[in-house]
Design a protein around this ligand. Structure first.
Ligand SMILES: [Zn+2]
Ligand SMILES: [Zn+2]
Length: 204
């Protein structure tokens, strides 16, 4: 079965915009998670990125081979507040910011100030409904940034960590996805039919 990794790509960073070849498979990354599948990939990326991502994949594969407290992701709670940016629709219509004409900042002499109307993005949300572009705040899920209830763990530094509900919603769609409660480098290992993933833990 072929798994589409495009939903795990980053809509902002160009180097993470498409899945690429890592460790004899295909990986996608959005800065918060890495998903790897055992499928060949033609797209190659230069520089340190593939090496870095390969490190996460290696740790995920090591964790996946071990027994531990693995939880089925489709059994995790999934009632969440709506995303404030798109009002829960997952999509928005954006217009160029009036205040800064889309620059996102103002120049005053040699100083730059972030536009407070658009928080530096250069655009403002006009309305949220399904016919617009994918909302970057919630990755199109329509859900607010919050932790999944009932899955808070403690890391080696005795700090409380949880899972961002938005990424949990995306990852639970992978076939038979399971998440391990034992953190590896402050990431939750995930395994599923055909691949592995690592999800960065959130402060709880
Ligand atoms: Zn949203
Ligand atoms: Zn602005």
């Amino acid at each position: 079965m072929s798994i589409d990794l495009s939903r795990f790509c980053c809509t902002v960073r160009k180097d993470l915009a498409v899945p690429f070849s890592v460790a004899n498979g295909t990986a996608a990354c959005n800065g918060h998670l890495v998903v790897w599948v055992d499928q060949p990939c033609e797209t190659r990326v230069e520089g340190l990125l593939p090496t870095k991502v390969a490190g996460y994949v290696m740790h995920a594969k090591e964790a996946a081979a071990l027994d531990g407290d693995w939880r089925r992701m489709d059994a995790l709670a999934s009632t969440f507040d709506p995303c404030h940016r798109c009002s829960g629709s997952g999509h928005v219509h954006v217009v160029t910011c009036d205040e800064c004409d889309g620059d996102g900042e103002f120049r005053h002499g040699s100083h730059f100030y972030q536009c407070q109307a658009c928080y530096g993005s250069g655009e403002c949300v006009e309305s949220g409904d399904a016919s617009g572009v994918r909302c970057r705040e919630c990755c199109g899920t329509g859900k607010a940034q919050q932790l999944v209830p009932g899955l808070i763990v403690t890391n080696a530094m005795r700090e409380r960590r949880g899972i961002n509900a938005i990424y949990a919603e995306q990852l639970r769609l992978l076939p038979h996805a399971e998440i391990c409660t034992a953190l590896v480098n402050d990431c939750f290992p995930i395994r599923f039919d055909g691949g592995v993933a690592m999800l960065m833990a959130m402060r709880a």
